[in-house]
Design a protein around this ligand. Structure first.
Ligand code: G3P
Ligand code: MG
Length: 246
């Protein structure tokens, strides 16, 4: 399926205005005028896909220990909002199902990043991808599926042969072309701190799109777009959309 991505993708929602990776953050993204969000999906101990970035629960919730070692029955009662501000007290860690329902209701497109523990890549892909296929209306924008883990993207590829996918790198390695071919990638993702104009030209020349994270300065975004970067992930989607449009 062909992929259309906007220039501006809201990183974990709008994490400067609402707690990251929560429904409140996604609602704020819509209010800020962005059209796509990026979120992180990971498995609880009992294999429920929830929206969460870190391995540990402490930074962005009132839980303790590892998400991957905590059952959903506990995760669903955690408070993922109070750490950010009292007005978000009680904001839960959303399930993948709740998130897809809200994004469809808001009309926001999305990039789902697979956050996997080593050894659980196929498990996550086999749970998250079919669920997403079932719940996401075909009439809405085709999502982008990504991961830092090639193993996770390979597992996702088996489950969703025709969906656009993306491996994210810190520094783009020499073997990116092999990954692009083997995994049939639509996009190469890269840390903007290490990305070069030459790499952008090479990737686009090979027929792929380039995304870059996490870009919070207008000046840097301007440079990246001049190089030909297709999309940036940003913590300040409202500011970026006001400056660059979608
Ligand atoms: O996909 C871009 C970005 O989300 C990757 O880094 O750690 O914020 O998930 P991280
Ligand atoms: Mg992410």
């Amino acid at each position: 399926m062909s992929l259309t991505i906007p220039k501006i993708i809201a990183h974990r929602g709008s994490p400067r205005e609402a707690p990251e990776n929560t429904l409140a953050s996604f609602r704020q993204t819509k209010a800020a005028g962005a059209t796509w969000v990026e979120f992180d999906v990971a498995l609880t101990k009992d294999a429920r896909p929830v929206i969460f970035h870190d391995d540990g629960l402490e930074r962005t919730s009132n839980g303790q220990g590892l998400l991957a070692e905590t059952d959903f029955e506990i995760v669903k009662h955690l408070d993922a909002g109070s750490w950010f501000g009292n007005q978000f007290a009680g904001e839960p860690i959303p399930t993948l199902e709740e998130t897809l329902d809200l994004l469809a209701e808001l009309g926001l497109g999305f990039n789902m990043e697979l956050k996997t523990d080593p050894g659980r890549e196929a498990e996550l892909a086999k749970i998250a991808l079919p669920l997403t296929r079932d719940l996401w209306p075909e009439a809405l924008a085709v999502p982008l599926i990504s991961s830092f883990s090639r193993v996770a993207v390979a597992a996702a590829r088996e489950v969703a042969p025709d969906w656009p996918m993306d491996v994210i790198y810190d520094r783009i390695p020499p073997e990116w072309q092999r990954d692009a071919k083997t995994l049939n990638l639509a996009v190469i993702g890269a840390n903007h701190k290490h990305l070069t104009r030459e790499q952008v030209m090479e990737i686009r020349g090979a027929g792929l799109k380039v995304s870059s994270y996490t870009v919070n300065e207008i000046e840097r975004a301007t440079t990246l777009f001049q190089w030909g970067v297709d999309a940036i992930f940003t913590d300040v989607p409202g500011e970026m959309v006001r400056h660059f449009g979608y």
